[in-house]
Design a protein around this ligand. Sequence first.
Ligand code: GUN
Ligand code: ZN
Length: 443
Amino acid sequence: MTQRAIRAPAMTFRGDPFHLAPGEALQYWPDALILIEDGKFLRIDDAESGLAALPGDVALTHYPDALICPGFIDAHVHYPQMQMIGAFGAGLLEWLDKYTFVAEQDFADAAHARDVARRFLRELLRAGTTTASVYCTVHPQSVDALFEESVRFNTRMIAGKVMMDRNAPEALLDTAESGYAQSKALIEKWHGRGRQLYCITPRFAPSSTEAQLEAAGRLWREHPGTYVQTHLCENQGEIEWVRQLFPERSSYLDVYDHAGLTGPRAIFGHAVHMEEEDFACCHRTGSALAHCPTSNLFLGSGLFRMFDAKKVERPVRVGLGTDIGAGTSFSQLQTLGEAYKVAKLGGHALTAEQGFYLATRGGAEALRLDDRIGSLAPGYEADFVVLDLKATPLLEFRLSHARDLAETLFVLVTLGDDRAIRATYIAGEPVYERDRAERFVYP
Ligand code: GUN
Ligand code: ZN
């Protein structure tokens, strides 16, 4: 039994701030004592009572100018695209052909995949992200590389091999049968191994035949507890292409629904151009959406309608995605800054409370992991981030004028980035510390 104690201001969510009055969903401790045992939270108390009850032999770390929150959750990210972030000038379909499909071919080389997976996990941790739903490439070795590195850090990752059997370069294609067989072998190898979870990953409707989508649906039914991720209604040209490729289906989402790819643990990226019936289908089936604001702005895809998705009469689960490499930042703080602007252009004000919820507990609910991550609560896995409220001179000065917690959180969303991440803890271990000589340490 190993115990560790952390003292700092801390916050977590007890409910959904989209559906509760301001301040009601958030629990805040101005000075908390967090006790961790064997990788899980044992207790969170006010420091005064927590310290009085703390056994003398337990290591105590104090972060006075900080704020602890649950580790950030990235509901949609492509690790192979780390090498082509910031590719100039194109909209979605041209961007895929010109940049993405070129980069992804490099992952036939397992050594390249291992190198990028190593860098990727470190970027996530530097950004305070402790769980992500990750697209690999069509190559099974790209999945091995990602999970092998995740096992080293003991992070909870969801990931899978991209399935594509048409409309991509020959070198990136599998077939309905080989995509099924390779994904099945990867499920048997990785799903439930330590903290790793497998995600069946048909890239998007235009790059899979109906036969491949049906095989993906069958595989999902045969392996309860696994995930499905794909892209949905990102761009008008893409939507029109889906209409032409699947004339017998009533909508883009109906293509997936028909193949048995909707339901709890299905995560649809983007969902920018949604009809009411699409949101209703997500609500009915328990499917989740990943909002990727930096990507949607970068590619010029459009504005996600968060407040439509979260409508109280038929709420849809929504997580926050960076969508690296169409997205432009690993930081969920920066991603939230852009989510605020996207909502504002749609006539809504996304509060920082709502934003932090999306990046933590809301993401966990979207990924159906809210019984074990996304909250600071006894029994939960102790993945958390230490935010530095004095990370930059501007942040320190601005926050010295903040009147309350809501303002502090909103300024963090507006000004914060990876510099604000002082430390990232995985299952109670400080695997990343910004100011330590050796920043990254395997637990
Ligand atoms: N649609 C299909 N593939 C992709 C991808 O890699 N990135 C984005 N943003 N959209 C996609
Ligand atoms: Zn994507």
